[in-house]
Design a binder for this molecule. Structure first.
Ligand SMILES: Cc1cc2nc3c(=O)[nH]c(=O)nc-3n(C[C@H](O)[C@H](O)[C@H](O)COP(=O)(O)O)c2cc1C
Length: 279
C-alpha cells in the first residue's frame, strides 16, 4: 500500500482523475487512512475486551472543547442489550452480528454535576452545550475508528439508533443530557470492502473565501464518474413508489431523496425530552 503507484490508485479511487501522490502519503498511517472504508461484514472472531479498552484509551486522548471532556461510551457487552438495540433497526442486521458494539454519547450531564459538586451551579442544557458535547463524542468515536483500523479491525458507525432515541435511552439507562451520537459496530473484516468516492476537492476545499464555483455541473460530473465505478443498481433506487425510477440514478439523486424524506422531524422533541432546552 505504500509505494507511489498504489497511493496514486488510492487517490484515484477516493477522488477520481489523474492523481499525483505527494510523498507524505507514503507514511503507512496516512495511506491506511486514505484507503479506509466502512465495514459491515465481520469474521466471527471477537476482539478481546482488553483490546477494546486499549483502543478507548487512544480514543479518549482526542482533543476536547475547553477541556470539558463531554464524551462517554457504553460498551454493550450483554447480548440481550445488544439485540434489543438491533431490533430497533431491522434494516441494519450488522448491528446484531458485529462481534463488538459500542455507543458513543454526548455527555452534557457530567459538566453540570461538576458545577454542582463545586457549589457553582450552572446549567449545561442549551444548544451550544449539546453541540459541544456532540463534537467531543464524534471526535472520540472517529479516533477510535482510526485506531481500530490501524490494528486491522473494521467499524461501522450507526447513527440510525438516533431515530429511536427514546427507546435507546431506556435500554442503556442513559440519564438526562446524555445522548447517543452513534453506535459503532466493530470486528475483523470478512471482506476487503470498497473505497467510497468523495466529492471533488473544489467543492469541499476553499481558499480564503467560500466559493461554490460551477456547483451543478461539478455535482453532475461527480455523479457520473462515481457511477462508473460504483453504480447504484435500479433495485437500490430509494422509494421508487414515490419518486419513480430514474434512467440515471447517481449520488445526488439518492441523497436528495433521502433528505427530502426528512427522517429527523421528531429529533428536536426527543432531544428536549432528554433534558436539553436547545435555546
Ligand atoms: C455519524 C455517522 C453515522 C453513520 N450511520 C450509519 C448507519 O446508521 N448505518 C450504516 O450502515 N452506516 C452508517 N454510517 C457509515 C456511512 O454510511 C459511511 O461512512 C459512508 O457511506 C461513507 O462510506 P465509507 O466510510 O466507507 O467511506 C455512518 C457514518 C457516520 C460518520
Amino acid at each position: 500500500m505504500n509505494d507511489a503507484v498504489s497511493i496514486a490508485a488510492l487517490l484515484d479511487a477516493r477522488y477520481g482523475g489523474d492523481q499525483r501522490a505527494h510523498p507524505v502519503l507514503e507514511d503507512p498511517s496516512l495511506s491506511r487512512m486514505l484507503g479506509r472504508r466502512t465495514c459491515r461484514r465481520y469474521l466471527a472472531k471477537v476482539p478481546p475486551p482488553e483490546v477494546i479498552e486499549a483502543l478507548l484509551d487512544v480514543a479518549f486522548a482526542s482533543s476536547s472543547k475547553s477541556d470539558y471532556q463531554q464524551a462517554s461510551v457504553i460498551v454493550v457487552e450483554d447480548d440481550g442489550q445488544r439485540q434489543r438495540i438491533a431490533a430497533l433497526v431491522p434494516t441494519m442486521p450488522w448491528i446484531a452480528s458485529a462481534p463488538a458494539f459500542l455507543v458513543f454519547c454526548a455527555d452534557a450531564r457530567r459538566l453540570e454535576r461538576v458545577c454542582a459538586t463545586r457549589n457553582r451551579p450552572a446549567q449545561n442544557r442549551n444548544l451550544e452545550a449539546l453541540f459541544n458535547a456532540t463534537v467531543d463524542a464524534a471526535l472520540v468515536m472517529q479516533t477510535f475508528i482510526v485506531a481500530a483500523e490501524t490494528i486491522g479491525l473494521g467499524c461501522c458507525p450507526i447513527s440510525a439508533i438516533r431515530n429511536r432515541l427514546s427507546e435507546v435511552r431506556a435500554i442503556l439507562s442513559l440519564p438526562e443530557r446524555v445522548l447517543p451520537v452513534a453506535g459503532l459496530c466493530v470486528g475483523y473484516p470478512a471482506d476487503a470492502g470498497t473505497i467510497s468516492r468523495r466529492l471533488p476537492r473544489r467543492l469541499t476545499r476553499h481558499r480564503d473565501t467560500y466559493d461554490e464555483g460551477d456547483f451543478a455541473a461539478t455535482i453532475d460530473r461527480y455523479d457520473r464518474e462515481r457511477a462508473k465505478v460504483a453504480p447504484i443498481p435500479p433495485a437500490k433506487q430509494r422509494a421508487p413508489e414515490r419518486f419513480g425510477t430514474g434512467d440515471f440514478y447517481g449520488w445526488s439523486e439518492d441523497k436528495a431523496r433521502q433528505v427530502h424524506e426528512g427522517d429527523g422531524a421528531a429529533f428536536g422533541a426527543m432531544v428536549r425530552d432528554a433534558g436539553f432546552t436547545l435555546e
